[in-house]
Every structure is written in C-alpha cells, then in structure tokens.
Ligand binder design. Structure first.
Ligand code: HEC
Length: 136
C-alpha cells in the first residue's frame, strides 16, 4: 500500500507544477495590476488614422446615406420631408449644428444630429453641398 501511495504522491508532485506552469502562462497575458502612484503600463490609445481628402469625402458620403431614408436619394425629397438637395454646405452644417444643440427646434432632426460629431456633420454637409454644385 505504501509504495503505491508514494507513486500517487509522486505523480501529483509531478503534475501539479505542470498546471502551475500552465497557469503562469495565462497569467502573463493579463496585465499586472498597476500599483498606485506608478505610471500605467497600459499602451496609449492608438491615434485615429489620418485620412486623406478622398477618404474624408468617402466617409461623408457613407455618413450621408442615413439621410436619404427621410430626405430622399441625394437629398431630393418626394415626400413632406424637406429636400436638402440644392442647399449649401454652410446652410446644412449650421442647420445640423443647431438641431444638435437644440437651438433649432425639431421633431426628429435633433435626435438624429446628436449622433454625429461636429467633424462628421461637416463631412455630411460638404457631401450634400458638393452634390448640389454638380449638374445632375
Ligand atoms: C427620420 C427622418 C430623418 C432623417 C434620417 C434625417 N432627417 Fe433631416 N429632417 C427631417 C425632418 C422631419 C426635418 C424637419 C425638422 C424636424 O422636424 O426635425 C428635417 C430637417 C432637416 C434640415 C433642415 C432643412 C431646411 O430646409 O432647413 C436639414 C438640413 C436636414 N434635415 C439634414 C439632414 C441630414 C444631413 C441628415 C442625415 C445626417 C438628415 N437630415 C436625416 C427628417 C430626417
């Protein structure tokens, strides 16, 4: 009996360090807790990629897609919704900023405009402004 028990114990001592070794590998993936007062070892947030003019225009076009559901394709409304086609970049931008801030009362535009940053509003307004300048 005794020798058998010793074999079991021996096995346990042989196996346990394996588990421990395994768990230390996992623990190494988890960032170590940072002690108070020390500089955080967490990586700095990656800066937003710098987009070129063409990429920004494309972004404006994508953001502007959400408007067509109400204002019609290219902002040409065929319903009671106001058309935004034909309006200038400046007009659309200030309208959206006013809706966003609540300076201009609205039914839905305030809620919608709040979802965009001022930069995004600028891109959307530029998209519609440029569209209106084209002959179409
Ligand atoms: C859910 C429908 C809906 C969506 C989506 C929507 N709008 Fe509107 N929009 C309206 C309504 C309704 C009005 C009239 C003001 C109000 O009551 O909210 C309006 C008004 C406007 C006006 C003022 C028009 C004027 O003649 O002064 C502008 C500019 C405008 N929207 C731009 C946009 C842009 C740009 C988007 C996309 C980012 C957009 N809207 C998305 C419904 C919508």
């Amino acid at each position: 009996m005794l020798p058998k028990k010793n074999v079991m114990l021996g096995l346990m001592f042989a196996v346990v360090p394996l588990f421990q070794a395994g768990s230390t590998v996992i623990a190494a993936d988890v960032p170590a807790p940072v002690a108070a007062g020390t500089v955080s070892a967490a990586p700095a947030p990656t800066p937003a990629p710098v987009l070129d003019a063409a990429q920004l225009r494309q972004r404006g076009q994508i953001l502007a897609l959400s408007c067509s559901g109400c204002h019609g394709t290219d902002g040409k409304s065929e319903s009671i919704m106001p058309s935004i086609y034909g309006k200038t970049t400046g007009y659309i931008e200030s309208a959206l900023l006013d809706f966003k801030s609540g300076a201009r009362t609205s039914t839905v535009m305030g809620r919608h405009a709040k979802g965009y940053s001022a930069d995004e509003i600028h891109l959307i307004a530029e998209y519609f402004g440029n569209l209106s300048k084209k002959k179409n």
